[in-house]
Ligand binder design. Structure first.
Ligand code: PBG
Ligand code: ZN
Length: 293
């Protein structure tokens, strides 16, 4: 969702055929469609008119996510509205947090801004807050900030096992959030370390997470199962932008049957133990499943 002045209601994202950047009004229409299709909810991402060093658009009470969350809850109150809580779409350097002079991310300064952002989303009406920044201690800080502001009943979906991955490329194009220098390996996880994923998820549970996430999904089915078993909490699998783009590219080349491939992928994530699946194919899948029944 974008609140940039003069942005079109819908703008095709080149790297993700079938996915669009939306104005607030178009996001409401999209949410109505999602509800009509029986989807469990929507996850909001914001693209601000202006980016700056700290990412101050992230906690702007009149920002795109805040406006969209409020408008969607008014139009379709029964639909769950989740919001991605991070700074990378709002910083001019594209990193998920505040930079020190040496260009590394300052964990604790970032956590404070992440908590402020989460509170602004809750105040706007978001039902579920999903921090994706990967700073240490952010789940506890968000919980404390929410409780202090009276949002004791607003749950947190922690991006617990979020790996540094080649599969986020199309999303970063869409959000203009490719880091201007370096990469995210300082704060995202090492794909070779499965035990760390389970440890991180358990830490998030201790800090007060209500749901945990494994991301990306396709190459991480083992960790969806392991995190589900270790935490006993609802687990979300995020079928990310690069995974979507691969299927779209192969389907448009005529190499695979899109419908069959998507349903096979989604079934495998469910089989691995995902209670919730976040996917850019959600509307298609809902239609296909309805036809099948
Ligand atoms: C922001 C964020 C990202 C994604 C979700 N939240 C990008 C990143 O961490 O680089 C990826 C989503 C996708 O690829 O579909 N931190
Ligand atoms: Zn980020």
């Amino acid at each position: 969702v974008t609140d940039a002045d003069g942005a079109p209601a819908r703008e095709q994202i080149e790297a993700m055929p079938g996915v669009e950047r939306l104005s607030v009004a178009a996001a409401v229409a999209e949410a109505q469609e999602a509800a009509a299709l029986g989807l469990g909810g929507v996850l909001l991402f914001g693209i601000p008119a202006e980016k700056d060093e700290l990412g101050s658009g992230a906690w702007d009470q009149e920002g795109a996510v805040q406006l969209a969350a409020g408008a969607i809850k008014r139009a379709v109150p029964e639909l769950l509205v989740a919001s991605d809580v991070c700074l990378c779409e709002y910083t001019d350097h594209g990193h998920c947090g505040v930079l020190r002079e040496d260009g590394t991310v300052d964990n604790d300064a970032t956590v404070e801004l992440i908590a402020r952002t989460a509170v602004s989303h809750a105040r706007a009406g978001a039902d579920l807050l999903a921090p994706s920044d990967m700073m240490d201690g952010r789940v506890g800080a968000i919980r404390e900030a929410l409780d202090e502001e009276g949002f004791t009943g607003t749950p947190i979906l922690a991006y617990s096992a979020k790996f540094a991955s080649a599969f986020y490329g199309p999303f970063r194009d869409a959000a203009g959030s490719t880091p201007a220098f370096g990469d995210r390996r300082g704060y995202q996880m090492d794909r070779a370390n499965g035990r760390e994923a389970v440890r991180e998820a358990l830490l998030d549970v201790q800090e007060g997470a209500d749901m945990v996430m494994v991301k990306p999904a396709l190459a991480y089915g083992d960790l969806i199962s392991a995190v589900a078993a270790a935490t006993g909490l609802p687990v979300a699998a995020y079928n990310v932008s690069g995974e979507y783009a691969m299927v779209k590219a192969a389907a448009s080349a005529g190499s695979i049957d899109e419908r069959a491939a998507v349903l096979e992928i989604l079934t495998s994530l469910r089989r691995a133990g995902a209670d919730t699946i976040i996917s850019y194919h959600s509307k298609d899948a809902a239609r296909w499943l309805a036809e099948q029944n």
